[in-house]
Write a protein that binds this ligand. Sequence first.
Ligand code: NAP
Ligand code: MG
Length: 484
Amino acid sequence: MGFLEYAPSPESTAILHLKKSYGLFIDGEFRKGHGKAFVTISPSTEERIADIANASEADVDAAVKAARRAYERTWSKLSGADRGKYLFRIARLVQERARELAVAESLDNGKPIKESRDVDVPLVAAWFFYYAGWADKLDYAGLGPAPASLGVAAQVIPWNFPLLMLAWKIAPALAAGNTVVIKPAETTPLSALIFAEILQQAELPPGVVNIITGAGDTGSALVNHPDVNKVAFTGSTEVGRLIAKSTAGSGKKLTLELGGKAANIVFDDAPIEEAIEGIVNGIFFNQGHVCCAGSRLLVQENVHDEVVDRLKTRLSTLRLGDPLDKNTDIGAINSRAQLDRIRELSDIGESEGADRWTAECVIPDKGFWFAPTIFTNVEASHRIAREEIFGPVLSVLTFRTPAEAVAKANNTPYGLSAGIWTDKGSKILAVADQLRAGVVWANTFNRFDPSSPFGGYKESGYGREGGRHGLAAYLQSSGWGAKR
Ligand code: NAP
Ligand code: MG
């Protein structure tokens, strides 16, 4: 292959102080779980990392009770400025322990260290800094004077950005004056448990944040607990639908951040080099385990061949392998179950008649891997054009006019994000206006900032996370005159 070889450059795991087993973090301390403990593995080696406690229904109840007590006795009595001080402290501790958190995240999740180190963990700190700043300014958030907190928030998060999704959930909840019980995903509990140590270091009052590990039934027990006031969920549309049903009529405030099938639209006047980088970032970042991934490339017909050729050349330079190696671009697929799903949908794409192309790379013997893959000649009716694959697989479709691009982009049950690549500002504005997507990126993709609201239309869920809008999800809607 014509490119320079790189020497291996693995990040050491010596910085981790892993315990053999982790308990549940309830009321400020680690406790035994009463369910059957499980093991978290590294998806790149299939090796055991640690034993993880499993929260039974009684454990979930204990966590909710701890959160309720902390809400009533301490957290709701603190001033916004004092809540902010804790959040600032947490943000600084995340920065201090950034390398350790990045190594833990890459080990447990399989994502490349350069992503966990340069994207996930810095954004986690940014989220806490940002909402720390809001804690004493809620009266000025445009949500009414003295907006009131909700109480106990139940939060369930997925495995694709374990620590970042935790930050998206916990930071606004605490800033707005709520207490929290959160459940990380079964395959990626490690960074949340290190985060629990950070909460102890920050001397956050016991019970303000409780972190309970377990599988789907633990998540279900948590969101259905009668004493929670707010449910925040990120994950599959299927589970989101279950939660919407089971919480309906309960008085619980609900936000759902679900799947996506985003269109990344490349017009013929786009700067092609940059567009190629944006397409790669859009679908191959984090192995495509991204709800807002640009998984449908809509490319204007007259530049289709050029874009696809250049894309293949670029993909041939990506390095797949050890997530802890600083040169790695594509890490491991998070679990065998997810790998099976990606394989199945890709095989279906082939049998439906699309053309499959796979980047040549050496697949390690152990672990879960999927080489970057492109499907061309994809039709709108193909399952790979409609369903979320949640892996490093791009479906390429074409269009001739802006109107056709918009129609095709909106032809999906989802509506989380979209991308537009063109040299013309007026075209960006005109097209963005017509896209039914919560986030539209122009000449960039997968950019996140704590001040910018994020969330979906249609089956991608409802509610916004980030920014001032993210606070609204954790405050009573009519804040007028209510006590905080
Ligand atoms: P999932 O089942 O929706 O998992 C998300 C979270 O919900 C996890 O913490 C999960 O626990 C928990 N959970 C599962 N069943 C639950 C229930 N009945 N009540 C409450 N919580 C429950 O998603 P997945 O199975 O990991 O992934 C399946 C597909 O979902 C993916 O292929 C992808 O298409 C999509 N997905 C989307 C996002 C996103 O960011 N929007 C994230 C992940 C996955 P366990 O992990 O312990 O089962
Ligand atoms: Mg794991």
